[in-house]
Design a protein around this ligand. Sequence first.
Ligand SMILES: NC(=O)c1ccc[n+]([C@@H]2O[C@H](COP(=O)([O-])OP(=O)(O)OC[C@H]3O[C@@H](n4cnc5c(N)ncnc54)[C@H](OP(=O)(O)O)[C@@H]3O)[C@@H](O)[C@H]2O)c1
Length: 325
Amino acid sequence: MKTIQAHRAGAPSELRLRDAPVPEPGPGEVLVRVRAAGVNPPDWYARAGYPMIPPEVRPALDFFPFTPGSDVSGTVAGLGPGVTAWAEGDEVFGLLRFPTSTGSARGYSEYVTAPVTDLARKPASLDHDHAAAVPMAGLTAYQYVVDLVKIEPGSTVLVNGAAGGVGHLLVQLARHLGARVIAVASTRHEDFLRGLGADEYVDYTTTAVADAAHDVDYLFDTVGGPHGYRLTPALRAGGTLSPVFFGDYHDAELAARDIRTAGGQVHSDGRQLGELAELFDSGALRVHLDSAYPLAEAWRAHERGEGGHLGGKIILRVAGAEPAR
Ligand SMILES: NC(=O)c1ccc[n+]([C@@H]2O[C@H](COP(=O)([O-])OP(=O)(O)OC[C@H]3O[C@@H](n4cnc5c(N)ncnc54)[C@H](OP(=O)(O)O)[C@@H]3O)[C@@H](O)[C@H]2O)c1
């Protein structure tokens, strides 16, 4: 089969198309013929050697040669011992083996093995390209609003980084739960976010968020970084801050205003992914593709991701991969 590998940490050009044996599913696993793979920030963080992760929590770079890819959509092509839940030909999607060791999922490949507990039936309303865009971003948004924060109907939610993979799904989930949603993004994304149902839009390139938004009950920040604290005056006293990435929020100021912090790490969960699938099939959620590339051009997908300012998700089309460039 064809697969993508980087033999050392470095630039996107380290990602090369290679030949590899088709893997064998173990007990409790199926073999998936990948039709499309989602591209996520952890893929390019790992390929680059995690320069953006604080040194005290930076993982060891012991996973090269590295095949990125934890999000896949495809068809079941073989069953491991003891598997009865799926049959060959079933259409499935999943966030695979996350957050276990980096590179253990290998989704940028024509075939991967997948624990059955990480899979759900692909939403009938989504093709493989769109289904592959869902698992990590969708489960992050879902686990934040279902497991970490209980959004009350009628509350005000602010989503920073609203146009990105996680953000554009958080906007829709918060709306679905009955919240009034303020979306923060750059100029080019206003129409996109209003089309997703955002009640208000703040262009952070022209307006300070704290000048435009007040009395926010729940603030989801998918951007983080050293200036995270500039957002928090928008929260009401007693509100909830949900950082999705590392950020500096000036903890003493949060404590003084009785602001709770609720954040965590997304994890694989086939059952929750099945619940998300129903939200797509019911029309409550839509997933938007920023861009799509053939498997052999995974390096271009990483260049696009690292270029930033995504509107939705990047995916790789895998089936029928072209030879190496
Ligand atoms: N906690 C977890 O388990 C978990 C799970 C998934 C992802 N993450 C992390 O969450 C972050 C977002 O992931 P993602 O997949 O959504 O990334 P993404 O698709 O790259 O989206 C990031 C978005 O942020 C916007 N943005 C950039 N700078 C901004 C700023 N200063 N203010 C407001 N918006 C800004 C970008 O577009 P515009 O600037 O053009 O609006 C873009 O739409 C990543 O760091 C990722 O590693 C964490």
